[in-house]
Write a new protein. Structure first.
Length: 301
């Protein structure tokens, strides 16, 4: 699974890049959905992936949102909040596709609010990201998006501070509502969980320097990243692959350990530390259990 960057987003939607994209750590932009769709080059591909930016969506019509291991079907107007930690996409199930969305990097929020955006319920791990709006609520939130669109095109020196106020207003407006609770379990949810787990595991390799460290070492570490209960993760991995989550992690670790022992001159303590073992003895015991050889013996074979 890939992570879509801001650069890829702009190239895929508009075939151009904002001039200040690389310098603007807290990049923000806002769009009218129908204008983006009208300017798109062909139908949008079904892309279930992470992004490296946050997104707030107001979409009208009948849509199916795939978010982590769940799907949410909404008919009407939905206000949704997406964070970079969780893969997502949505499928349009009706012809009507109108609305707004804004995208921003974490720095845009933290520079102005001095708080962790992931503490907010709609962005928190395991949070419920979607809210159904009635006609009155739709009109209210749409008006805020229109204000953002007006400001983003202005020359006002402090426009991003004002836009931040509008983003915060939408967030607090949603917090006063109840999030969408009707979740549709996708038929291939277990396969999707396994795919996301594998991508997270592989993202940590290869180990290329003694200062790099393998951090997600347990099934619970991965479950926390995927915003799900560890038992749910373990069942999905076992049912899909026939192996436990721990077996997958151990196999990948020992494979990397073999490569480092054979192809680097790092000492065994350094290799063990890179792979997440604080004590050399723990690494020795793990490696011997998996291969029947100590690390030093394997190195001389």
């Amino acid at each position: 699974m890939e992570t879509q960057t801001l650069e890829e987003f702009y190239k895929s939607k508009f075939n151009w890049l904002p001039e200040n994209l690389q310098q603007d750590l807290g990049h923000f932009n806002v769009f009218k959905l129908e204008e983006v769709i009208a300017g798109a080059h062909g139908p949008a591909p079904f892309r279930y992936s992470r992004r490296d930016f946050y997104k707030i969506n107001l979409v009208r019509g009948r849509n199916l949102y795939h978010y982590a291991d769940k799907s949410i079907e909404i008919e009407g107007t939905a206000l949704s909040f997406f964070n970079p930690q969780v893969p997502y996409t949505y499928e349009a199930l009706s012809e009507e596709r109108t609305g707004y969305f804004c995208i921003f990097k974490e720095a845009f929020f933290t520079e102005r609010m001095r708080r962790n955006i992931n503490e907010l319920p709609m962005f928190a791990p395991g949070g419920k990201p979607s809210y159904v709006l009635n006609a009155e609520q739709d009109a209210h939130v749409s008006q805020i998006f229109e204000k953002m669109l007006e400001e983003i095109g202005s020359d006002y020196k402090y426009k991003y501070d004002l836009i931040m106020n509008y983003v915060t207003e939408i967030i607090h407006y949603a917090l006063k509502m109840e999030p969408m609770d009707t979740l549709y379990k996708h038929p291939d949810a277990k396969s999707r969980i396994t795919s996301v787990f594998t991508e997270l595991l592989e993202r940590q390799f290869p180990i290329e320097s003694p200062s790099q460290r393998f951090m997600l070492r347990s099934a619970k570490d991965f479950a926390d990243q995927l915003s799900m209960h560890v038992n749910h993760l373990n069942r999905a991995i076992k049912d899909t692959t026939g192996k436990t989550t721990t077996e997958h992690i151990s196999e990948r670790l020992v494979g990397e350990a073999r490569a480092l022992l054979k192809h680097t001159d790092w000492n065994i303590s350094e290799i063990g530390y890179c792979l997440g073992f604080d004590e050399p003895a723990h690494f020795n015991n793990f490696f011997k259990k998996q291969t029947k050889l100590t690390p030093s013996s394997f190195r001389t074979v």
